[in-house]
Design a protein around this ligand. Structure first.
Ligand code: PMP
Length: 439
């Protein structure tokens, strides 16, 4: 692999630079300390896969705002559609006076989500809100209360979703009682549990039968690949075995595809990699190129379970976001898009495995398409968050933004655009090589 010397010099100042540092001081004075930026470089402009900050430093974006700007920043088709819609109208509220774009996005989602059955959608604004809607739908449909979730999961920061998350810190500790009727089981974590998927699923099912009982459960909420948890790809048969048990016991399966959906893993939805067919699928993040749109899509009879007026909110299915979403979904379905993402995945994985051969700190490399995790370990195989911090800082100093993940903050999480160029990929991998060499 070539070194960065053959690549453009992207960073001109120390990171963060002087202007970013000045703004950051204002932030600490005026913005709640509960909002904590990963890398406090203040962005002035972003195009394709490159962020430019207020000091003129450039960063190859391997985060995409956590998997949102999947086709790159300022995606032309989505931006043009949003501008055109902005000039027509920006808001009416679909549940007051509706508009066709909401219906169009709902229909498109029924076409692209897994499952060959009659489906409907409901739109909302954020991922957590859509998860809450999905749980409400499942409870209303089943007339049961229990919610099953798995270790290392993440589902949001609203009151209900705090209860679904694995980690209390920093999300739910000290902010009051967590919601009840939530039952957590072991996930499939091949690098750590060494179990095959069916075994891991049977272990979880046995737990659920003890701590809840199947007939108490309205739903299972699960990410097909856990994002914040550290890009944990379950062993084959894990999801199918859970699905079989849920289907046999009338438990609604909710796939949280907020991070993994809409092309991120080289399929439209990650569930497809596993032959996993959820009843309800939650989409958000990448759906509208950065505009806040989220959705629940699933079995039509379930989706009609809540009485009229029971779902929606002021900004749900905002028309500007919907206009962008139509373009994003069109690009996703264009010939070659997903094949290119799969190819990006192979390239990233080859690069990371070559690094793993040279660096014992890399315990595991895993992922699909444009979603990869590098689990960092110490000499005893324990999580190594200090290594993550050093690698992320060294990468930023060289012009590459990477994300963290893992319940111990020890997983390097890579989420480039799903159409990133080979040139930028090569450059990013060369920067990572230097960053690991610094350790
Ligand atoms: N579920 C998953 C899998 C996520 O990755 C996220 C966001 N990181 C959420 C839920 C919450 O989405 P939002 O931040 O839009 O509420």
């Amino acid at each position: 692999m070539s070194t960065t010397t053959t690549f453009p010099k992207r960073v001109r100042t120390e990171v963060p630079g002087p202007r970013s540092r000045a703004i950051n001081e204002e932030r600490t004075r005026y913005v709640s300390a509960s909002v904590a930026p990963l890398l406090p470089v203040y962005i002035e402009n972003a195009e394709g896969s490159v962020l430019t900050d207020v000091d003129g430093n450039e960063f190859i974006d391997f985060g995409c705002g956590i998997g949102v700007t999947s086709f790159g920043h300022s995606n032309e088709a989505a931006v043009d559609a949003a501008i055109a819609q902005t000039k027509k109208f920006t808001h009416t509220l679909f549940s007051v006076t509706p508009y066709e774009l909401y219906v169009e996005v709902s229909k498109l989602l029924t076409e692209i989500t897994p499952g060959d059955f009659e489906k409907k959608s409901v739109l909302s604004s954020t991922g957590a809100e859509a998860i809450e809607n999905a749980v409400k739908i499942a409870r209303s449909f089943t007339r049961r209360n229990g919610i099953a979730v798995v270790d290392h999961g993440y589902h949001g920061r609203t009151n209900l979703t705090l209860g679904l998350n694995y980690k209390a810190q920093p999300y739910s500790a000290g902010v009051g009682p967590r919601p009840g009727e939530i039952y957590r089981i072991a996930n499939s974590y091949p690098f750590r549990d060494r179990l095959d998927g069916a075994e891991a699923a049977r272990r979880g099912i046995a737990q659920l039968e003890k701590i809840s009982g199947a007939d108490n459960l309205a739903c299972l909420v699960i990410e097909p690949i856990q994002g914040e948890g550290g890009v944990i790809v379950p062993a084959p048969s894990y999801l199918e075995t859970l699905q079989q048990w849920c289907n046999d016991n009338g438990i609604v399966i909710i796939a949280d595809e907020i991070q993994t959906g809409l092309g991120r893993t080289g399929k439209l939805y990650a569930s497809e990699h596993f032959g996993f067919v959820p009843d309800l699928v939650v989409s958000a993040k990448a759906i509208a190129g950065g505009f806040p749109v989220s959705a629940v899509t699933g079995r039509a009879d379930m989706m009609d379970a809540i009485p009229a007026g029971g779902l929606s909110g002021t900004f749900s299915g905002n028309p500007v976001g919907c206009a962008a979403a139509v373009e994003v979904i069109r690009e996703l379905r264009a010939p070659g898009t997903l094949e290119r993402t799969a190819e990006i995945g192979r390239k990233i994985q080859d690069g990371l495995r070559a690094l793993q051969d040279r660096h014992a700190v890399i315990g595991d490399v895993r992922g699909l398409g444009a979603l990869h995790g590098v689990e960092l370990i110490d000499a005893d195989g324990a999580p190594n968050p200090a290594a993550f911090k050093k690698v992320a800082a060294a990468a930023a100093d060289r012009g590459l933004l990477v994300m963290g993940g893992g319940s111990d903050g020890h997983v390097l999480r890579l989420l480039p655009a799903i159409n990133i160029s080979d040139e930028l990929l090569d450059e990013a991998l060369a920067i990572l090589e230097e960053a690991f060499a610094q350790l």
